[in-house]
Ligand binder design. Structure first.
Ligand code: ADP
Ligand code: MG
Length: 308
């Protein structure tokens, strides 16, 4: 009998929990990341994404459960040799020159990408002799991602690398990350931009309230979130409307009823056929927030303004 051995995952979280004071940030999360995968970690603000990344990258310790990076504790330096990481909202040392900031990190690795080559790739070569503090916000973000790649890592973990970036800066970053992937690199990236996850990840893990609520291909997840919001004015009570086909959420605000539905066409047909009394009916693309509500059942409001 032949057995095919799957290589061990590059990163593993097994039944991991983490509490801050009374706030449970992670609640029994398990996740394996295998070589060559690009995993998008998607979830509302406060879901626990950064906490999970902090555990995987050795910045934090779990209260319960186990975390491994390249088969070791993420706290060991050996495990970190193969890792490139940009935590959420870190800043570069303001008084160092751009070249110096890269070299400082490069010195930790045995076979770093030559500094100028790296800066070239990220469109930062002209800035090499500038102080980091003099870069624009977008340039600083690009520099941070460049620095995450300087050690030729086999696993890159990025926490919201493009939040607040303009479209051009985002495209440069996406391009570099795609090249890293094409060269066989493994990627874990968090975002609350669905477009970013679609552009970069093959697998999507949705996390909400400290728990994994969905894990599948981008298409699987997109299927979940092809929901629409229908607004209308009607005297019909909410619970009657909530029972209509495909409705996953119903609310009322200022005389306007909002229904979130997985099948807007069918819902509108029913509203018309059942002679539901209504005015001002409109169908909108659902926000990412509503999509998460659709995935997570009910759940608290998704608080990110960026998703609107
Ligand atoms: P995300 O990155 O998905 O927005 P986080 O992992 O940052 O979520 O946060 C998850 C939860 O843990 C939130 O409720 C947050 O307020 C809380 N939390 C995170 N870090 C800390 C901390 N250092 N101290 C207290 N609470 C924290
Ligand atoms: Mg975060």
């Amino acid at each position: 009998m032949t057995t095919t051995m799957q290589p061990p995952p590059l990163a593993t979280a097994r039944d991991v929990s983490k509490t801050f004071g009374t706030q449970r940030a992670l609640d029994g999360v398990s996740l394996d990341i295998h070589a060559g995968e690009a995993v998008g970690l998607l979830g509302p603000n406060g879901a626990g994404k950064s906490t999970l990344i902090g555990l995987l990258t050795g910045l934090r310790r779990a209260d319960a459960g186990t975390v491994e990076l390249f088969g070791n504790s993420p706290l060991t330096p050996a495990a970190r040799q193969g890792l490139g990481v940009t935590p959420q909202a870190t800043s570069v040392p303001q008084t160092l020159k751009v070249r110096e900031a890269v070299e400082l990190v490069a010195a930790h690795f045995t076979n770093p990408v030559p500094t100028m080559e790296l800066l070239e790739q990220f469109g930062l070569a002209d800035m090499a002799s500038k102080q980091c503090g003099g870069l624009s916000g977008g340039q600083q973000r690009r520099l941070l991602v460049a620095i995450a790649l300087v050690g030729r890592p086999s696993l890159v973990i990025l926490d919201e690398p493009t939040t607040g970036l303009d479209v051009e800066a985002r495209e440069i970053l996406w391009d570099q990350l795609r090249q890293y992937r094409a060269a066989g690199g493994t990627l874990l990236i968090t975002s609350h931009y669905l477009a970013e996850i679609e552009a970069l990840a093959g697998r999507v893990v949705v996390i909400d309230n400290g728990q994994v609520v969905a894990d599948g291909t981008v298409d699987d997840i997109r299927g979940h979130i092809s929901v629409r919001r229908i607004s209308l004015r009607t005297p019909v009570p909410l619970d009657a409307l909530a029972a209509l086909p495909g409705v996953v959420d119903a609310s009322n605000d200022d005389g306007v009823t909002r229904l979130v539905s997985r099948d807007a066409d069918e819902l509108v047909r029913r509203i018309v056929n059942d002679r539901v009394e209504f005015a001002d009916l409109q169908v909108h693309a659902a926000s990412l927030e509503e999509a998460f509500v659709a995935i997570t059942g009910a759940g608290p409001a998704f608080s990110s303004k960026d998703s609107r």
